[in-house]
Design a protein around this ligand. Structure first.
Ligand SMILES: [Zn+2]
Length: 93
């Protein structure tokens, strides 16, 4: 799946359509003391016994996300391209 590196999109800060630069979304590393980890540590603390892991259903592919940055005010926003897919996003050169 290919996407243009520049496109017109609505900017909430400028309140109009402006040119945006497209960047691929990269997931940030997980924080060490996030809420889920603290809750899990509280659950397994003491004589509670083992905590069963939640079984999540397998999803077919991921939703592809891109970061759009406004060229006028430099504010950035996220946008989901399409639906769940196994295809990787690429930026056209
Ligand atoms: Zn803007």
């Amino acid at each position: 799946m290919k996407i243009e590196k520049e496109l017109m999109a609505y900017c909430a800060n400028c309140n109009k359509h402006t040119k945006h630069t497209v960047k691929l979304y990269a997931k940030k590393p997980e924080r060490w003391m996030n809420v889920g980890r603290r809750r899990h540590e509280r659950a397994i603390k003491g004589f509670v016994g083992s905590v069963e892991p939640k079984i999540h259903p397998k999803k077919l592919g991921k939703k592809q996300k891109v970061i759009l940055q406004c060229q006028v005010c430099k504010k950035s926003s996220e946008r989901v391209i399409g639906d769940r897919t196994k295809k990787k996003l690429e930026i056209k050169h």
